[in-house]
Design a protein around this ligand. Structure first.
Ligand code: KIV
Ligand code: ZN
Length: 539
């Protein structure tokens, strides 16, 4: 009999803490909807007290996403827990995830609290959260570096206080597979009431062992695994969901477990997260990397032709990579295009998104003989990443060459204006970005620029991702074109539009209430917040 393993996805919380990633509430909702369709059991939607954006993201997801439990993170303080509940309360199945650090080093230097104070706070806050929310998870942060006897006491006490899930975080990715396996076993043997809770594991990848550590925890009794799509997360990231799930599935003979994940949706989910966050996937990444199912050497190709099992332990189809039979081109009509979108898993596109993608496909087909799946993916992504177009790139012209200064002229339209500006720069992309800055009247910082070809061939689409910032606001933009300067200009304007739309987002009623309550110190009244740090710097 297969033992059920619950998949807890924290892409939108721990993953979003990756350097440079910043998703707005609508992008988070889109990803959460996909995670729910993927079959994720619990979606950690954010850390509401960290920012208004996080609060709004959790609220929107709690209101709209069904079929998964929605969790929100909170430090062990009333302020955080109230904020988490305020954002979560609309969820069909809400879960408050409260945490406090339990290792000596964290208690002494970060919290400046004694172990007895930490224990008291954990129990009090789990009970408080339980009074608001039917399901409470507790994490003793830095558990793998915590004194085991103290860890058992904390776990036993929070279970008595109402926690139904106890999560064991390897916060700094320090553990080894056999150590974390033994820790889970010891928790089962030393915590008297452990049968009243589910044991979860949450591994970071600082030593590249996050997936191996998670699997070892499962072998030793963990029933929930916390992970992220593409292994996103703080520093070196978290355990990659797609790797954990495919390891459990492919080696079911060894693990004897099952998950609810529809593995055929893994590839699509991974691409969506990669596009929205602007974090590319390395080609040799397990399961979803471009080379994960490519066979280059002659010996391997020969083996594959005789029997694919010679070199393939799982099929590309099982993770949603279709070996496409249908290649589109100039003569393909709308029906074939829509069939292709469905085959690729784009089943929920709005009619105007399909129309726009079809128009872009037709334009591309004039320039490129064969349109591959990756081209279509790039076009659809460009269309679906569009924020309202405050600014629109109407026209650009560049001049560059060896030994001359690059210049660029751009024409940008906005609601009731057309602006044309020129600039010189260090290459045509730099000149174009400077001309766009002038046209929109802003000085924008380019934090990151990356370009890749969607497919092989000289006529491949160039895909450009940019990350920009202005004051404290960050944004990502994406653009595609067979002309890489045009792709760059589109990505830059897209990033500016994303930033603009975020600036214009009005505060929701809940955020107004929360701000007012915070101003009046309603949540914090009489609460011992002397160990509080800035939420965003805490974990
Ligand atoms: O890594 C960690 O310790 C965490 C906890 C908040 C669960 O992310
Ligand atoms: Zn973490």
């Amino acid at each position: 009999m297969s033992k059920k393993i619950y998949i807890f996805d924290t892409t939108l919380r721990d993953g979003e803490q990756s350097p440079g990633i910043s998703l707005n509430a609508n992008e988070k909702l889109k990803i959460a909807t996909q995670l729910s369709e993927l079959g994720v059991d619990i979606i950690e939607a954010g850390f509401p007290i960290a920012s208004n954006g996080d609060f709004e993201g959790v609220r929107l997801i709690a209101k709209n996403v069904r079929n998964s439990t929605i969790a929100a993170l909170a430090r062990a303080s009333k302020n955080d827990i109230d904020g988490a509940w305020e954002a979560l309360k609309y969820a069909e199945r809400p879960r408050i995830h409260a945490f406090i650090a339990t290792s000596d080093i964290h208690m002494k230097y970060k919290l400046k609290m004694s172990s007895e104070e930490v224990l008291g706070k954990a129990v009090e806050m789990v009970a408080y959260a339980r009074g608001l929310c039917p399901e409470v998870e507790f994490s003793p942060e830095d558990a793998t570096r915590t004194n085991p006897e103290f860890l058992y006491r904390v776990i036993e006490s929070v279970i008595d206080a109402g926690a139904r899930v106890v999560n064991i975080p390897d916060t700094v990715g320090y553990s080894t597979p056999s150590e974390i396996g033994a820790l889970i076993r010891n928790i089962r043997n030393n915590v008297s009431n452990i049968d009243r809770a589910t044991i979860s594991v949450h591994c970071h990848n600082d030593l590249g062992m996050a997936v191996a550590n998670s699997l070892s925890a499962v072998e030793n009794g963990a029933e929930q695994v916390e992970c992220t799509i593409n292994g996103l997360g703080e520093r070196a990231g978290n355990a990659a969901l797609e790797e954990v799930v495919m390891a459990l599935k492919t080696r079911n003979d060894y693990y004897s477990t099952s998950t609810r994940i529809v593995t055929e949706k893994l590839y699509r989910t991974s691409s969506m997260v990669s596009f929205s966050t602007g974090v590319h996937i390395q080609p040799n990444k397990a399961i979803v990397g471009a080379n994960a199912f490519a066979h280059e050497s002659g010996i391997h190709q020969h083996g594959m032709m005789s029997n694919s099992k010679t070199y393939e332990i799982m099929t590309p189809e099982s993770v949603g990579l279709k070996q496409s039979q249908m290649v589109l081109g100039k003569h393909s009509g709308r029906h074939a295009f829509e069939e292709k979108l469905k085959e690729m898993g784009y089943c929920n596109l709005e009619q105007d998104e399909i129309n726009e993608a079809f128009q872009m496909f037709k334009d591309l087909a004039d320039k490129k003989k064969y349109i591959m799946d990756r081209d279509i993916e790039a076009l659809v992504t460009q269309g679906s990443n569009k924020a309202p177009e405050t600014y629109k790139l109407e026209h650009f012209q560049t001049s560059s060459g060896s030994g001359i200064t690059s210049t660029s002229t751009v024409k940008i339209s906005c609601k009731d204006c057309i602006r044309e500006e020129a600039a010189c720069g260090d290459g045509p992309v730099d000149a174009t970005f400077k001309a766009i800055d002038r046209s929109v009247g802003m000085r924008i910082k380019l934090d990151e620029y990356s370009i890749k070809a969607s497919t092989g061939g000289k006529d491949a689409l160039g895909e450009v991702t940019v990350r920009i910032s202005k004051d404290n606001l960050k944004s990502v933009g994406y653009g595609v074109s067979t002309d890489i300067i045009e792709a760059s200009a589109k990505a830059y304007v897209n990033a500016i539009n994303n930033m603009e739309s975020r600036l214009r987002e009005p505060d929701t009623e809940e955020i107004k209430v929360l701000k007012l309550a915070k101003d009046k110190n309603y949540f914090g009244a009489g609460v011992e917040d002397d160990w509080e740090f800035e939420a965003s710097n805490l974990i």
